[in-house]
Design a binder for this molecule. Structure first.
Ligand SMILES: [Zn+2]
Length: 400
């Protein structure tokens, strides 16, 4: 597998790199941030998500707790009722932030939890005799689901579990086993998913709208479109092959970034969205009848995370605008999103209410507009004069 920092970045995949890093920061800060990457095969969405495991920082848990109980906030059936003194007596240990995958063949018992057959014979506390599944074991970490649209189509029970886990922050999980009392625990996991909306059974929002809405951000992964970019990618993979021989070079980079993540998580915890930006989001919500409260919560969380990741001195309106398409693409009709983005552009160019004088403010909107012109279409300004005349001649051969 290619190292994370050895992967080529280009316009079409940059947002996913950002979101992945933002989600790790948020997860470490104790607030899940759910991502869904959509795109055709070969756009590298799962590669980026899986490669980011290298960046995951350490977390501290109660020694030996497979639910990853935070010593300051224990959640598992064994530790949640203990006094701070009893917890302190157990000691702590550091582990890598968990990153676990739910596969399509997974059963409810594997995902949520099941009876621990080894312990059940001598357990005086039946709750303690549960074997936590993938989700509780990923507490304070990340769960990855590839082809989430297919999972939603074929495994309604697992989909229901995800709906619960992603319903609130933190989420909740019920572990049910015949003959044992139902155990409910809170879990903090960020769910990352990938899918190809062009493949069976289609886009997630059409398969299971509710689950689609649970994702804070959805990013559509484009293919690199310029020759330059492909050339750069080829160069990158050449060089990466050589650096493979020296993984230390990448490990130093990862280590440096892990340190930064810890700092950024700390700063994220202490940063609030300024009131005027909150009003700005509220205005968009009312004006365009957005309906989904999750959408605007995601915009708020995303803007703070984005600003933290980009080390902006203060959160700017651009940080909010950058998040709008990511938080809204799966929640509103395409023309509503266009209307919102166009509205922002005309507002920013008029320097109105929000008093934006910086020309750069309008840039992200412009860039996104460009991105809409895909499928080989070019804007008039990018076509040479001779070519336009030639095209017109081809269309109207009589005038020639
Ligand atoms: Zn525990």
């Amino acid at each position: 597998m290619k190292p994370y920092f050895g992967l080529a970045r280009y316009d079409g995949n940059e947002p996913l790199f950002n979101l992945v890093e933002m989600s790790i920061i948020s997860t470490l800060a104790g607030e899940p941030f759910h991502l869904h990457a959509e795109g055709l095969r070969g756009t590298g969405k799962t590669t980026i998500m899986r490669a980011s495991r290298e960046l995951l920082p350490k977390i501290k848990r109660i020694a030996g707790c497979i639910y990853n109980c935070d010593p300051k906030a224990p959640i598992c059936p064994i530790h949640r009722n203990m006094s701070p003194e009893e917890i302190a007596a157990l000691g702590t240990e550091e582990i890598d932030m968990p990153f676990l995958e739910i596969s399509h063949s997974a059963k409810v018992g594997t995902v949520a939890g099941s009876i621990d057959l080894a312990k059940i014979t001598n357990a005086d506390n039946p709750q303690a005799a549960l074997l936590p599944g993938i989700i509780p074991q990923a507490h304070r970490g990340i769960i990855f689901v590839d082809e989430i649209n297919r999972l939603a189509d074929t495994s309604p029970e697992i989909t229901d579990i995800l709906l619960d886990v992603m319903g609130n922050k933190p989420g909740r999980l019920q572990i049910e086993e015949a003959g044992l009392p139902t155990v409910e625990i809170t879990v903090q996991v960020s769910v990352w998913a990938a899918s190809n909306p062009d493949e069976d059974p289609g886009p997630l929002e059409e398969v299971r709208r509710q689950l689609s809405d649970r994702f804070d951000m959805v990013v559509f992964m484009g293919r690199p479109t310029s020759e330059d970019m492909i050339v750069k990618m080829l160069e990158g993979s050449d060089r990466a092959k050589r650096v493979y021989l020296d993984p230390k070079a990448y490990e130093a980079k990862n280590e440096e970034f892990r340190k930064q993540i810890v700092e950024m998580a700390h700063s994220y915890r202490n940063t609030e969205l300024p009131d005027f930006l909150r009003n700005f989001i509220a205005r968009i919500y009312i004006k365009h009848n957005l309906e989904s409260i999750r959408a605007i919560e995601a915009i708020q969380q995303g803007a703070v995370l984005y600003s933290t990741l980009k080390k902006h001195k203060q959160i700017m309106i651009n940080d909010v605008i950058e998040m709008l398409p990511l938080a809204l693409k799966h929640r509103v009709e395409g023309d509503t999103l266009l209307k919102i983005m166009h509205g922002l552009e005309s507002r920013t160019s008029r320097d109105s209410i929000l008093n934006i004088k910086d020309r750069r403010s309008a840039k992200p909107v412009k860039e996104r507009e460009e991105a809409i012109f895909d499928g080989g279409a070019r804007r008039l300004k990018d076509i040479g004069r001779q070519e336009i005349i030639a095209t017109e001649k081809a269309l109207n051969p009589k005038d020639a």
